[in-house]
Design a binder for this molecule. Structure first.
Ligand code: PLP
Length: 391
């Protein structure tokens, strides 16, 4: 019998995919299930982006590209960062990867080994911890607290750094909380990091275009003092509703770029060529599609927060970013995972229990509002009736 190496006993998964599979199975069995579990926009990719991919295929872009991605796309990424965030990066520091996840995979592989400590947000994207454990490094959760508006705390983060800390993972706007860390807190963190020059930072800014209430996105790329040890993670999945295309990009400091390139050569070779041309159309094309999507998400965000705060035992702060609400359900008397499971099986509403995002997620549920306003309203009604009937 084939036996894989022990590291595979430590690798985890994303429960969102298991919830999606269960919701789909229930729907196929004839149940009416409303899915607020999945973390992807429910809108289609903008038509001009699809057309660019079709044209690329018709124009004969069928072969391998450079492992780091085609230069016109790396240039488009640099232009986008300049336009949107006012930061300058060289296209030679940009790497095109098959989805945002691949940047975190590479970064964690580069710094994770037994004895190393890696700091990551908790609650946070589950793959951080899973990959850290896979490498044998010690995962060190940085608590993300409701009382801080689900922003990370510079003080608490810095206090967790030890001589063994190799990598610090940051994420704002954040999954699963929708939290956005204010600039003052990032300033404080960067100032404190001066005392820890051997700590590399990976900033996951995949939701960087998704902020509300006039809140601006503050990128870690704007701090020259850490640029030589900053890995910037971004991609097209969320901003341009392109999760299935598998298109991400990252910015690497020079000493790490070649290591990333070698990982690409040893694994995926390059991102699908037509997808890369579609990426150029997304970044350089009209951005009103992004604005329209955000206006729709904003409308739903207010609807979901208002509805959640009317439910017995539930309170929800208004998320400032991404497309998730992270209500506190601790007063309902339910444990989060039991509630998520009961809501799916008995009320036909898919959500994710907070503990699937880390130990500090107990007492919370994640609801994605990437579903129609009508379905969100129906889901809230179902959750309300369920909670009333199961006090
Ligand atoms: N980072 C965060 C915080 C995410 O929530 C996700 C997707 O849900 C990703 C990265 C991965 O994105 P991609 O689908 O581009 O791999």
């Amino acid at each position: 019998m084939p036996v894989v190496v022990p590291a595979f006993s430590r690798i985890g998964e994303e429960n969102a995919f298991a919830v999606l599979a269960r919701a789909t199975a229930l729907a196929q069995a004839g149940r009416d299930v409303i899915n607020l579990g999945i973390g992807q926009p429910d809108m289609p990719t903008p038509p001009h982006v699809v057309e660019a991919a079709v044209k690329a295929l018709q124009d004969g872009h069928h072969g391998y590209t450079p492992a780091t991605g085609i230069l016109p796309l790396r240039e488009a990424v640099a232009r986008d960062l300049d336009r949107r965030l006012g930061v300058q990066v060289s296209p030679d520091s940009v790497m095109i990867v098959p989805g945002g996840k691949v940047t975190m995979f590479m970064a964690i592989l580069m710094f994770g080994e037994p004895g190393a400590e890696i700091l990551y947000p908790d609650p946070g994207f589950p793959i951080y911890r899973s990959m850290i454990e896979f490498t044998g490094a010690t995962p060190v959760p940085v608590p993300i607290r409701e009382e801080n508006g689900f922003a990370f705390s510079a003080e608490e983060t810095l206090a967790l750094i030890t001589p063994r800390t190799r990598l610090l993972i940051l994420n704002s706007p954040a999954n699963p909380t929708g939290g956005v860390t204010p600039k003052a807190e990032i300033d404080k963190l960067v100032a404190g990091l001066a005392a820890h020059p051997d700590v590399t930072i990976m900033s996951d800014e995949i939701y960087g275009t998704m902020t509300y209430d006039g809140e601006r996105h503050h990128t870690l790329l704007a701090y020259p003092e850490i640029r030589d040890r900053l890995i910037y993670l971004d991609g097209a999945s969320k901003t341009y509703a392109m999760t299935g295309w598998r298109l991400g990009w990252s910015v690497w400091p020079a000493p790490l770029y070649d290591a990333a390139r070698k990982l690409a050569v040893n694994s995926f070779s390059c991102v699908n060529a037509a997808t890369q041309w579609a990426g150029i159309a997304a970044l350089d094309g009209p951005q009103d599609c992004v604005a329209a999507m955000m206006a729709e998400f904003d409308r739903r965000r207010l609807l979901v927060v208002e509805g959640l705060n009317k439910l017995p035992g539930v309170s929800c702060i208004t998320p400032k970013g991404a497309f998730y609400a992270f209500p506190n359900i601790s007063e309902t008397g339910w444990k989060a995972k039991a509630l998520a499971s009961a809501l799916l099986e008995e009320a036909g509403v898919a959500t994710i229990g907070g503990p699937d995002f880390g130990i500090h997620g107990e007492g919370y549920l994640r609801l994605s509002y990437a579903n129609s306003a009508e379905n969100i309203a129906r889901a809230l009604e179902r959750i309300g009736s369920f909670l009333e009937g199961n006090r």
